[in-house]
Structures are given as structure tokens and as C-alpha cells.
Design a protein around this ligand. Structure first.
Ligand code: PEP
Ligand code: MN
Length: 375
């Protein structure tokens, strides 16, 4: 722990020294050039970290922060109990399909998660899934395709349609049997997590539940791969700390998903949520987890979904999760997120654009990254 303190606050320094000693720590004071000195607390500082708020309020203290990571299980860089620093490699997350193929997030190839906002009818779910299978086969990327569909829907108003629940899960199961493609579905109630985990290949924690700690821990306990969407008002640190709730139950198979935030600028209706593309590189640098992007909930409008998808590719995402529609006629019947559903035919063209981008542009961006790293 590091504490910045105004010069000449000897009584506060004495208080800090006593507090540190109570928990077996000691302090070292470094004289600063300006009006502040720096106090470093040495030793196992966990007890002091619990008292960070109290320390910040001591007379003359300007700032206090923990050097130890708030998310030790998923951090790229950690310090051990001796203070030695270790750098970890990024860790891919694998999802196996009934077709025997493994979808590998963070394995260097973009993973395409595709499907309706929500399963409503078996015909609709099967139609989207078959189109996804077909495009995967025709483009030679079947081991990079996965399905999505929310059977349990968090909705803003209780009168809105809230999904088919376990009936929707049964439709997703049928789509998987039919196509061999694995699927991800949202969980909302921690009590239902074990039951849903028996069906789904991957669980999603939505933006509204991003800090529902009981839910995060139950997803950690069932040990299924999980997508953790960023809370729509969460700082990056809060997002990574939420992932730590899953990780500290022993489940490291976590994929982070940026899906935009509500800001002052999303009020005009031209975009539903404001994407934070810069956070993709930051999450890669700070955590060992793969990072994907949701261009649909960012857009709110299917016309701008492909552009958002490509923009995230420029930032090095490990995949995208896109809401799609099998035929235009169904848009009128889609009960949630209809406006942002991209027609499967347009989705296919967007996938082709991502593949072209991967082949042509990504190596050049990679060369710049490598040059900057070596500089
Ligand atoms: C969804 O994926 O349909 C969804 C509700 O996502 P989010 O939690 O990002 O709004
Ligand atoms: Mn949706």
C-alpha cells in the first residue's frame, strides 16, 4: 500500500506507523520534492487494505492505494508474498461443441457468437442455427461459430416480454442437437444456475447482473465457461473485480465482454450504449482473460452493427456476440431487441469482412504493436 501525505504531518505518520505495526507491517517514508511525501507500507498489507477508507480520511492524507491486485486470480501481473513480481500469459477459454470441435476464445482467431436475442419459436431458433452452421461450413470457420439466445431475459419494465425460461432452453438444446454448435445463454437467478448449466455450453452474466455477487459466485462454482458482460456503468476495475468473484471459486474460464455504457451522449437515440473500445486493449493488458465485444447492444440499430463489429476487430477483440434475424418478416414478431437484429444474410457479409480484416489488416496493426513493445 502507498500513501501520499502532506509534508510535516508527523502525528499522522505516527498513527500510520502504529496501525501498520498492529498487523505486523512497517512503514518507510520517502521525502517528495513537492508538498507531499510518500509512505510505503511493507509486509502483508491485507488488514490495512480493509482499512483503506479510514486511512484516506486521516489528516493530511491525499491518496492511498493498494499496489496488490484486486483481482489476483485473473491479473496479468502479480506480486507474491515475497514481493517478487510475476507476469502471466493470457489464457484461452475453450468451449466444446457436440460436433466435436473446440471454439477457442483468445486462441488468435475471432470467435463468432451468433443467434437471436431470444428463442421464441423452435422454427425461428432452428432457422438461425442452421444458417449459422451453413455459413460456418461454407467459409471454413465452423470451429469458430457458436450460438446465442437468452431464455431468461432481464427487462427494464416488468410488463415487457421476459423470455420463455426453461422452454427457451429446450429450444436451444434442440438447435444444438440439430447443428452440433454449442450455445451460450444468460443466467439471472443464482438458484437456477446449476440447472441451466446442465444444458448450456457457456453461461452469460448480463450487464444488469454484472455485480450480482451471488450470481457470479454460483457461476464460479458450477465451473462452466462464462461470458461476463461489463456493467453499463462499471469502471474497468469494477469489471475485473467482478470477474474475480467467478475466478476465486475456482473457475478461470471467463470471457470478458464489452457492450457499451449509458452516458450523457446516448440520450439522443442515435446509439443505445456508448462503446468503450479502448478498454479492449486495457483488459488484455491487465487480465489473462479473452475479451469479446457486443456490437448489437452498443448499436440498438442493425444498420450500424457491422461497422461496430469491425471497429472492435481493430482493437484486437477475441470475438463478437451478435444478435441476428433469420428473415425480415420475423422482425415484427420479435419481442425483444428487434431493431438491432441483423439479418443473417448481412451477418454473413460482416463475417466475411472480419475475415478479410484478419488476413489483411491485423498483421499490420500487430507489427505496430510489436514495434512499440520493443521500442
Ligand atoms: C443480451 O445479450 O440479450 C443482453 C440482455 O445483453 P446485455 O446484458 O449486454 O444488455
Ligand atoms: Mn438482447
Amino acid at each position: 500500500m502507498i500513501i501520499e501525505i502532506e509534508k510535516g504531518r508527523q502525528s499522522t505518520i505516527d498513527q500510520l506507523r502504529d496501525l501498520a505495526a498492529r498487523f505486523g507491517n512497517r512503514i518507510e517514508v520517502s521525502q517528495g520534492h513537492g508538498v507531499y511525501d510518500t509512505v510505503q507500507v511493507i509486509g502483508d498489507t491485507r488488514e490495512l487494505e480493509l482499512r483503506e477508507g479510514y486511512i484516506r480520511d486521516l489528516v493530511g492524507v491525499r491518496a492511498a492505494w493498494n499496489v496488490a491486485s484486486n483481482y489476483k486470480n485473473i491479473a496479468r501481473t502479480i506480486a507474491d508474498e515475497h514481493g517478487d513480481v510475476h507476469h502471466r500469459d493470457r489464457r484461452p477459454v475453450e468451449v466444446k461443441g457436440l460436433d466435436g470441435k473446440t471454439r477457442c476464445f483468445g486462441g488468435g482467431k475471432h470467435i463468432f457468437i451468433v443467434g437471436p436475442d431470444s428463442p421464441q419459436t423452435l422454427d425461428q431458433m432452428l432457422a438461425v442455427a442452421r444458417m449459422a452452421r451453413q455459413l460456418g461450413e461454407e467459409l471454413g470457420i465452423i470451429d469458430r461459430i457458436m450460438l446465442r439466445g437468452g431464455a431468461f431475459k432481464p427487462r427494464t419494465r416488468p410488463t415487457d416480454w421476459r423470455g420463455l425460461g426453461m422452454k427457451g432452453i429446450a429450444m436451444l438444446d434442440r438447435a444444438r442437437e440439430d447443428t452440433g454448435l454449442p450455445y451460450v445463454t444468460e443466467v439471472m437467478d443464482h438458484a437456477l444456475v446449476p440447472e441451466i448449466a446442465e444444458h448450456a455450453d457457456m453461461l452469460q452474466i448480463g450487464t444488469r447482473n454484472a455485480q450480482n455477487f451471488d450470481l457470479l459466485e454460483s457461476v464460479g462454482r458450477v465451473g462452466k465457461p462464462a461470458i461476463l458482460k461489463r456493467g453499463f456503468g462499471n469502471e474497468a476495475l469494477e469489471w475485473f473485480s467482478a470477474a474475480e468473484y467467478i475466478a476465486n471459486q475456482g473457475n478461470l474460464d471467463i470471457v470478458l465482454c464489452e457492450r457499451g455504457m449509458k452516458t450523457l451522449f446516448t440520450k439522443g437515440g442515435y446509439c443505445r450504449n456508448q462503446p468503450d473500445l479502448n478498454v479492449i486493449g486495457h483488459a488484455h493488458a491487465q487480465t489473462i482473460l479473452p475479451v469479446i465485444f457486443d456490437p448489437s447492444h452498443v448499436a440498438g440499430d442493425h444498420k450500424i452493427v457491422p461497422a461496430n463489429m469491425l471497429a472492435a476487430c481493430a482493437h484486437g477483440v477475441d470475438g463478437t456476440i451478435v444478435e441476428t434475424l433469420h428473415e425480415e418478416a420475423f422482425r415484427a414478431d420479435q419481442l425483444c431487441d428487434a431493431r438491432q437484429a441483423l439479418l443473417m444474410t448481412h451477418y454473413r457479409t460482416a463475417v466475411e469482412a472480419v475475415l478479410a480484416f484478419e488476413a489483411q489488416v491485423v498483421p499490420k496493426l500487430q507489427a505496430i504493436d510489436d514495434a512499440l513493445r520493443d521500442a
